[in-house]
Design a protein around this ligand. Sequence first.
Ligand SMILES: NC(=O)c1ccc[n+]([C@@H]2O[C@H](COP(=O)([O-])OP(=O)(O)OC[C@H]3O[C@@H](n4cnc5c(N)ncnc54)[C@H](OP(=O)(O)O)[C@@H]3O)[C@@H](O)[C@H]2O)c1
Length: 273
Amino acid sequence: MRTVVITGGTDGMGRALAETYLRRGDRVVVLGTDAAKGQAVLDVAADVGAAGRAEFLRADLSLVAENRRVIEHITATYPVIDALVLGARYYRATRVVTAEGFESSFALFYLSRYLLGHGLAAHLERAESPVLLDLSGPGGDLTRIRWGDLQFAHDYRPDEVMGQCGKLSDLLAVAFTRRYPGSRIRYVLLHPGLTATGFTGDYDAASAEILAGMRERAQPIEAALPRLLRHLDNPPTAPLSAFMQDTPVDVHGEPFDPHAADRLAAMTAALLA
Ligand SMILES: NC(=O)c1ccc[n+]([C@@H]2O[C@H](COP(=O)([O-])OP(=O)(O)OC[C@H]3O[C@@H](n4cnc5c(N)ncnc54)[C@H](OP(=O)(O)O)[C@@H]3O)[C@@H](O)[C@H]2O)c1
């Protein structure tokens, strides 16, 4: 039985993954903020005879303290983690600062992924074929990063924020594989293609209109799911790999510059100190 931890496991692709693993006989831990959605996953687990293999952890992952709390709980409860799926997302049309003082998207898309990846690495390492799948990359080139204003304190533009989040995920992945040389963990960055999911977020009139168009163009979750399962079921041989839908992305080029990854890692360590 594998143990699979899924952020964003209460909705969209994360939820579809959670249900797939529960049906297969695996153990699943889903994280999200919405108690009703979490209960719905537990209800499905009960329906398929997996009540004892499902856990919902209610946590606001845009808060560093919440990430640290769930890491403590997960590492105390599950000695081995086979797969970590990083799929929490939330669109914010306007800038929000968390109670801890971080811009909310930076905190949810980047700091949470940083904390969970590193915080669960030792337990992933114990698995036979561990994999970490991040759905927010790969994210284009390095020009997407506002190095001087990572948290968009000036001129907040939600689409640029989302673009930067993808790019930060790429550099996080590079820094992760540099920090654990020789690790068995396979780090996979995947853009599954535009998919009709919960599209959780706080939209204004303009972004809601764009979202409506996206929903129409988007593939159904069932079309995205095999793209995720492919890597989770058969992790690649390389420590780091990236895919745009089914097409591999070169992770050795300038967009995955190790110096930029080190720079971001150092800035992050300073922010979290
Ligand atoms: N959909 C697409 O077209 C698309 C395309 C490329 C990449 N992706 C990526 O794929 C991943 C999954 O996307 P999706 O579209 O399937 O997502 P979704 O349906 O919008 O669901 C988002 C998930 O994130 C959770 N979440 C939101 N804010 C949270 C917070 N503060 N703390 C903890 N959990 C939080 C939500 O849980 P609660 O509601 O319970 O809080 C929900 O489970 C994301 O990383 C996204 O960037 C999506």
